[in-house]
Design a protein around this ligand. Sequence first.
Ligand SMILES: Nc1ncnc2c1ncn2[C@@H]1O[C@H](COP(=O)(O)OP(=O)(O)OP(=O)(O)O)[C@@H](O)[C@H]1O
Ligand SMILES: Nc1nc2c(ncn2[C@@H]2O[C@H](COP(=O)(O)O)[C@@H](O)[C@H]2O)c(=O)[nH]1
Length: 199
Amino acid sequence: MIKVLPIQSDAPTKKSSSPGRLIVLTGPSGVGKGTLMQELLKRHPELYYSVSVTTRSPRPGEINGENYYFISRTKFEQLLAQGEFLEWAEFAGNYYGTPREAVLNQVHSGKLVVLEIELQGARQIRSEFPKALSIFILPPSMNELESRIRGRAQDSEEAIARRLCRAEEEIQAAEEFDVQIVNDDLENALNAIEAVLFG
Ligand SMILES: Nc1ncnc2c1ncn2[C@@H]1O[C@H](COP(=O)(O)OP(=O)(O)OP(=O)(O)O)[C@@H](O)[C@H]1O
Ligand SMILES: Nc1nc2c(ncn2[C@@H]2O[C@H](COP(=O)(O)O)[C@@H](O)[C@H]2O)c(=O)[nH]1
């Protein structure tokens, strides 16, 4: 089940005259959001990538504080009760959330802040922060999506099935977002994102 925390309705851009802005990068698991994000950060180090909090176990090579802040469910629920998340969701059996304070501070200081998040969180940000720019990343096909998730070789069969099932649902929602980009050729997709962000 997906649950979303209601968040305050004051959009950060209303509090500052700076050009800071929230950018939402969403799309199904395995579509390549993280890969695109890494490349974007290499090309545009001025972007601020919001490191999420999760109760998922780290995958091999993932670093606490860099890929995610990995915490227990009890700790997540405590932070949630304290209103520490800008948005949060339960996805494939784990909690994920965006740290509120760090993100809003960066937006207020004039940064483009990118949230790489799943559908329910993206919807919540869109509804609470109407000036946020939202980009939905689509796979070239469901077969290609499955082979990317399998190729990553970091999820159990059960997790793969859950992610693919959820992906079907998420793709139906693509049109809700400002821009849709197919991540077929990586370079083309990157160029399309850059065009949207920087004109
Ligand atoms: N354009 C592309 N062509 C081929 N393979 C790609 C492309 N983009 C990403 N991949 C590969 O697909 C796999 C999944 O990518 P990635 O982990 O970035 O997806 P994701 O959307 O961030 O997933 P999640 O939301 O589950 O974190 C990786 O092995 C990555 O190398
Ligand atoms: N709503 C949120 N979704 C998030 C956040 N951080 C990551 N995600 C999304 O979760 C799924 C699964 O991620 P994985 O790393 O376990 O493969 C994926 O779609 C991520 O984009 C968050 O803070 N909030």
